[in-house]
Design a protein around this ligand. Structure first.
Ligand code: 5GP
Ligand code: MN
Length: 318
């Protein structure tokens, strides 16, 4: 795919990602946004995302993110990154449908490809890595490099998870050569938690329950507890990794309440369970070792249903 060729002659270009944007989603969208602004100065380029967490506010273009999406004129090219189009924020869907050309770039194995043109590479660590591959390197600068770097570190757990390839490390090496303060970025966007975020993490660990002979673990935050600590979903990123890191656990489940009898579910696993299959069964998706979905029912219904499918995936490995 050649991004600039696809945008040739375009006067209106939009970039978006998925709901509740994470580091890779924000990083890849803002990297492409900056690149298009730089290379296509005659075009109006817009980035549509739900308001990302404050930790990403240092990325150039963050203050130009449009979360309302009230523009109704059709776009010439509409990019959807790190997501299937169904998972983009509601207000953007209306104008997506009217775009002259739609382009989907993603690394989720559950994405079968969508739009007029799609590039889905499940082997890539992150969508940000794919954006790096697509960008004309003569246009690269420290701000674009930083946005891509944030995407990669968030989806690889700072080059730790198995999705990190030799190519990911090569790209990481190239990126830090642009001279942004990467140790500070890793600390401030990935490891650091506020006091309440740490308290909530403690509570999640304290109230976790193991199941299936101790091979799986689940913990759930209900609305009341989230209100008590005054936290929202942006404060909960990364919590599931702490459950997954517990010795002997093959599959970790973290849930938080989004509505009456509705939960957002995050799944993490080791090589024993393909959680993308579990999530896909419940209408979600993701990767083999990190996936998610939204489920309806009581906490116990959700866990019972999930455990049936986790067990099925585990049995395939035996
Ligand atoms: P997380 O648990 O961090 O929200 O998400 C883990 C992975 O699964 C991410 O790559 C994320 O994009 C994907 N994912 C999470 N929730 C959903 C969902 O509801 N639908 C789809 N298709 N993917 C999801
Ligand atoms: Mn991603």
């Amino acid at each position: 795919m050649n991004i600039l060729q696809e945008c040739q002659g375009a006067s209106r270009i939009a970039v978006t990602g998925h709901v509740r944007p994470d580091g890779d989603c924000v990083g890849s969208c803002l990297a492409l946004f900056q690149y298009l602004q730089k290379m296509m100065p005659q075009a109006r380029v817009q980035v549509y995302l739900e308001q990302p967490a404050d930790i990403f506010s240092g990325i150039r273009g963050y203050d130009q993110i449009d979360s309302a999406c009230e523009d109704t004129d059709p776009y010439d090219v509409f990019f959807v990154l790190d997501s299937v189009p169904e998972r983009m924020m509601e207000p953007a869907k209306k104008i997506y449908d009217r775009a002259k050309k739609t382009v989907n770039i993603d690394h989720h194995i559950s994405n079968e490809g969508a739009g007029d043109l799609s590039w889905v590479v499940p082997e890539a660590s992150s969508t940000a890595e794919l954006i790096y591959e697509l960008i004309d390197k003569s246009a690269m600068d420290a701000d674009i490099a930083m946005a891509i770097y944030i995407g990669i570190i968030h989806d690889t757990g700072v080059f730790q998870y198995s999705n990190t390839s030799p190519r990911t490390m090569e790209i990481g090496a190239q990126l830090i050569g642009y001279g942004f303060d990467f140790p500070r970025l890793i600390l401030e966007t990935f490891y650091q938690r506020t006091y309440v975020q740490s308290q909530v993490l403690g509570r999640v660990l304290l109230e976790s329950i193991r199941f299936m002979d101790g091979s799986c673990i689940v913990s759930c935050l209900d609305r009341k507890t989230m209100d008590f600590y005054n936290v929202n979903h942006k404060d909960l990123d990364g919590i599931v990794n702490h459950l997954r890191n517990i010795k002997g656990i093959h599959c970790a489940v973290f849930m938080y309440q989004t509505d009456v009898l509705e939960y957002k579910v995050s799944l993490r696993s080791d090589e024993w369970v393909d959680v993308s299959k579990v999530a896909a069964f419940f209408g979600g998706g993701g990767h083999m070792r990190a996936a998610g979905c939204t489920m309806r029912g009581t906490f116990h219904d959700c866990v019972n249903n999930l455990s049936l499918h986790i067990k099925e995936e585990m049995e395939k490995q035996e």
